[in-house]
Design a protein around this ligand. Structure first.
Ligand SMILES: [Zn+2]
Length: 595
């Protein structure tokens, strides 16, 4: 497979691939654009056709054509590989084991695709779907929205769809594995459809692959005691905790607006979407999972909760809020006082919904306000109650400044002094049960001062018109570099007859390549004139020299001190002292030299 990765890289030009997503402009040896991974007005996103890599000098994102596609499309390596192989016109060779698992998953996805096509057909065109269609239209969903979300209806007689799928070549085992169908417990051989008589919402992943379904009972159902909504049970491809309804349609808008509205159910997501508020998903419940938050984190850091108004009284919702806070999300609440849910609000008064959306409340304010409104502040008892509800939240706010502010707000609201609120808060401080590190975008640099100087030194050399001849002039300095990576790069530069970035990179050990890429991109990104370049090079060379000398002097003085205390009788001490003095003089010369 490694060979195929290389083959793909050779066939594709990173400039063409990235050019499909961003308008790239040629600048010098590179192409540049405004970074797709962070907000910026002047381009610092750089693509190097020579090295077939990209790097953003603003946010630090960097990599090859695979990294780009993964980050940009939010897909894993496997999916990126498939996608790029297709672009390159290469057929992937797979090992039989992974192929078996994959083909099973693919079969289930294909099966689901057939199922939803069938359900769609029934809802849109068949007399069996007429009541369901009337119901959906009555709820204000237009035909085009209905098609976009691929709503369907599962008719009362499951034999129709089961036979349809058999004809398409699927087996009973596959039908059962999909979760949509089951075998009756009473020994009957025939399969039943879990969603019979229900309006169907396909549950798709962010790439619009149908992984499962949710089904809503119709108000006209002959059996009104059935659960209002049911979902596909966990299958090999459907995991409820990993899914966000509508993300496949909303992701671009979430990225553009840098916020996501989170609703509970399908209609709460669809109605605003239809009305043009498209940065919206449904979690299908009142609590969200780590996986769902991680999925959203790829697009935005801002959550707008549009959940049922009593969600704050719900333990699962509490945990979700703590979780989102610990993952670095900025959490706000959309308060819709006059309506029971977003669907109703949007359908009755869109202007009201929009104005509330423009005035969301930070979640902590929301919790304090609703609790105070519920209990009042007239009695000691109610104040105690308020503290016992609100403080467990506030103590978990990660940012201590914000936490302190809310303690103050709370103490003002209930008319008690801040110290007693602090004291009361102590009762609710437990060791954190969950510790999820916020996802960092740029790697932490642990390079030492000297390593950084050496890297900079190389950067100036590689930025020159003729790096090889400049390196020859500076060979004394280059040979004395100490950082392992810089040393190897310098050594190679001193040995090649001519500098060709791609060849050069190829000759480096693989672990060193990213380091070289950083240097090279940085080097070719600055356009200083050759005189200033030389001045900078000399300056760094002398800084490196001073640093190394100081180190030697330190070592030597330690040796001398050891010798002096060890009383060993030899001449080495005076030798050391002479050397020490020479080094001091050298240092003095270096430090006074004008650069
Ligand atoms: Zn960036």
């Amino acid at each position: 497979m490694d060979n195929q990765v290389e083959e793909i890289k050779q066939k594709l030009n990173i400039v063409d691939v990235i050019g499909k997503y961003l308008p790239l402009k040629k600048r010098g040896r590179h192409f540049i654009a405004c970074c797709p991974f962070h907000n910026e007005k002047t381009p610092s996103f750089t693509v190097s056709p020579e090295l077939q890599i990209f790097k953003c000098f603003g946010c630090g994102k960097a990599g090859d054509v695979f990294t780009f596609l993964q980050e940009r499309e939010h897909i894993d390596f496997k999916d990126a590989l498939e996608e790029l192989a297709k672009m390159a016109g290469i057929t992937l060779i797979k090992n039989p084991q992974s192929e078996a698992v994959e083909s099973k998953e693919k079969r289930l996805i294909t099966l689901n695709e057939e199922v939803i096509k069938f359900y769609q057909y029934i809802l849109l065109t068949h007399p069996l779907g007429k009541t369901a269609l009337q119901y959906v239209l009555y709820r204000g969903i237009t035909l085009s929205t209905l098609r976009l979300f691929r709503l369907g209806f599962s008719p009362q007689n499951p034999a129709i769809i089961v036979n349809y799928l058999f004809k398409k070549g699927f087996t009973s085992a596959e039908l059962i594995a999909s979760g949509t169908f089951g075998v009756s417990a009473y020994g009957s051989k025939s399969l039943y459809d879990r969603f019979t008589g229900r309006l169907i919402f396909p549950l798709s992943d962010y790439r619009s692959r149908v992984l499962g379904f949710s089904g809503r009972i119709l108000p006209s159902s002959p059996n009104p005691n059935l659960a209002k909504y049911i979902n596909t049970p966990e299958t090999e491809i459907y995991h409820k905790s990993h899914l966000l309804f509508g993300l496949n349609l909303a992701k671009e808008s979430i990225r553009d607006t840098q916020s996501v509205i989170i609703t509970e159910g399908e209609f709460d997501m669809i109605s605003p979407y239809q009305a043009g508020i498209t940065n919206i998903v449904a979690i299908k419940g009142t609590a969200f999972t780590v996986e769902q938050l991680q999925l959203l984190k790829r697009y935005t850091d801002t959550l707008i909760l549009a959940l049922d108004s009593d969600f704050a009284g719900n333990a699962a919702a509490h945990r979700s809020i703590e979780l989102a806070d610990s993952m670095g999300f900025d959490i706000n609440v959309l308060v819709l006082e006059n309506y029971k849910d977003p669907d109703e609000a949007v359908r009755t008064d869109l202007a009201y919904f929009k104005s509330r959306l423009a005035n969301t409340l930070p979640v902590w304010d929301f919790i304090i306000n609703t609790t105070v409104a519920t209990y009042g502040i007239d009695s000691i008892k109610s104040k105690k109650q308020i503290l016992s509800i609100v403080l467990p939240f506030l103590v978990k706010i990660t940012n201590s400044v914000i936490r302190g502010d809310y303690y103050r707000t709370l103490s003002n609201l209930i008319g008690s002094d801040i110290d007693s609120v602090h004291e009361e808060a102590q009762k609710y401080i437990h060791p954190p049960a969950l510790s999820i590190k916020p996802i960092t975008t740029s790697p932490v640099t642990t390079d030492t001062y000297l390593a950084r100087l050496e890297k900079q030194f190389l950067t100036y050399i590689f930025g020159a018109k003729k790096p090889v001849s400049l390196a020859a002039r500076l060979s004394k300095h280059l040979q004395s570099l100490t950082d392992h990576r810089s040393m190897l790069i310098a050594k190679l530069l001193l040995s090649v007859p001519d500098f060709q970035p791609a060849d050069f990179q190829q000759q480096l050990e693989e672990e060193i390549r990213p380091y070289f890429q950083e240097i090279y991109l940085e080097a070719t990104n600055s356009d200083i004139d050759s005189q200033s370049r030389l001045r900078e090079i000399k300056k760094i060379a002398s800084q490196i020299g001073i640093y190394n000398l100081k180190n030697k002097i330190k070592e030597l003085s330690q040796k001398i001190a050891q010798q002096e205390t060890s009383y060993s009788q030899d001449d080495s001490l005076s030798g050391l002292e002479t050397e020490y003095n020479q080094l001091l003089q050298q240092l003095a010369r270096l430090q006074t030299k004008k650069v």
